[in-house]
Design a protein around this ligand. Sequence first.
Ligand code: ADP
Ligand code: MG
Length: 646
Amino acid sequence: MAEPLIRLEGIRKSYPAGDTPVEVLHGLTLTIEAGEFVAIMGSSGSGKSTLMHILGCLDRPSEGRYWLAGRDVGALDHQALAWLRREMFGFVFQSYHLIGTANAWENVALPAIYAGLSRDQRQQRAEQLLTDLGLADRLGHRPNQLSGGQQQRVSIARALMNGGRVILADEPTGALDSVSGKAVMAQLADLAARGHTVILITHDAEVAGHADRIIELRDGEIIGDRRQRPARDHRPMPTLTPPRESALPDAAEVRESVVMALRSLRANWLRTLLTLLGIVIGVSAVVAMLAIGQGAKHDVVTRIGDMGTNLLTVRPDRGRRHSADGVTATLVPDDAIALAKLEHVKAAVPEIANSVTARANGKDASTTVRGVSADFPLLKDWQPVSGQFFNRHDALSYAPVAVIGQTVQQSLFADSDPLGQFILLNNVPFQVIGVMDAQGATGWGDDQDDAVFVPLTTGQLRLFGQSFLRSITIAVDDTANMDQVENDATDLLQQRHGEQDYRVFNMASLLDAVSATQNTLTMLLGSIAAISLLVGGIGVMNIMLVSVTERIHEIGIRMATGARQRNILQQFLTEAVVVSALGGIIGVLLGVAVGLLLQLFGMPILFSVPVMIAAFLCAAVIGLVFGFAPALKAARLNPVEALSNE
Ligand code: ADP
Ligand code: MG
């Protein structure tokens, strides 16, 4: 004899209730052939729904065995059970169980999502099914815009979406008026006539009368099984081989989850927005704070770099010896001559500077006079554009010559060639022999072109009234030799002075120190931002937990229509990632906006695209991590319990 479609043997089901579980099905044994139209009849509480949940693979019996098309259902895992619900069964419930946020055709198409049909195919088939059931003009209506009879027809269409070889209808007319109820019964009878196996559950003898066979249930036991009409021809047995499914979703599935996620987020847009806020603030803080930090660092580093990274500066140490007029009196020109002889030193240029009033062509200008040695142009390769810089001979002979900067040229010699003319510096005449090339402002904002250069010797004699140096600048041949020269210079000066009344500044090491401080600052800002990102992640987790709790019923519907645990997990994970990625994008944009605004107010800002990408990815990963627990909770729900949660 061929295997029947359904064979139950000694099925028991008990529910935990206090200490002793309550048994509601007491060992049912039963067979149903493919193509039968069976009514399971019994009064309320007799265990009909419990039996239907077991038949439909929504629940497992506590005891007994169930063979579906010859296959032992008890041995199947949840993935195979989901496949059975998807491919074999179509459920019609008393309370319809439609998803409230989806319209009629989307509700009908739901089972096909999990069967892997494309959106177009799904829509086409769903619309055809609804049209066949007389709902052609209600395709886009939501459940709450439909009458009970119409909602029940939508759920019948949904039961047929993936074929619905076995239709399980639990009190399908229970909530309907008699006219709608008759229409629904006619449709079920029609399905039976077309070869579907229909199992109708009802407490109403009149409704049961439509079926070919009536199984009567009382208090969890079968008390009657009679045939009113001869059995129809047995349909060929469906083959039952669960597919080998890959554990990973394909692209179409992910796209579908994203669409569903966006819809459910839109349905709760205010809540979504508030949840996003945590992530938005976190990400924008990361982006903006790091841009500020990097900007400040870059700014300081370029300022220092502008001063020349191959230069060492020797300055008198304040607080040491002072001359009578208060000038720090330690460095002398001979120190510079000695330093210039050190290995790897290109030039060592002594300098004294003073503010003066410069006068020429009947015009006055306040400027700075810098007494330097003839090697000055070597320091930064800063050369005259016209004429020449003074040479060693000029220095030795105390020549009253001057080289002027561009700013001085413009204020005093706007319309005549300065070369050869005389300029009065504090009323002392100097002859202009060169004009320096434009150099621009220093990193600190000083105009380097607003200066007059004279030989240090002449300056000491005629202008400065003292011979102690403000600084000696040493140009090192290669930055690799900075440390060596710095040590040698320190040793040499120690020898010459006998005490440490000077300081040697190394721009490169200053640069390192500043970079290090700024890096620490950047890290600090970054970790504050990271903490807010974490708080945002907890917000996402919280909202996803709320979302799962709110949508338990929807999850039940999805499971009944064949969603795998993986589909549910993926859907909620996608929602979490979409929320946080959305927050990430808004956060990056906001961070950039804040940065640009600060830049507008003159703050140095340096955006970093890798930081933006990293912050965005961080947000998405946080969604993934913090969304996982809620999504897992959703995926592990029991389908029957989830369905009954309305
Ligand atoms: P019917 O559908 O025939 O009205 P049910 O199958 O829904 O009956 O319920 C049968 C019995 O099982 C009832 O007494 C009900 O209280 C009990 N029952 C159903 N579901 C649960 C459950 N989840 N936990 C405990 N008892 C349950
Ligand atoms: Mg019931």
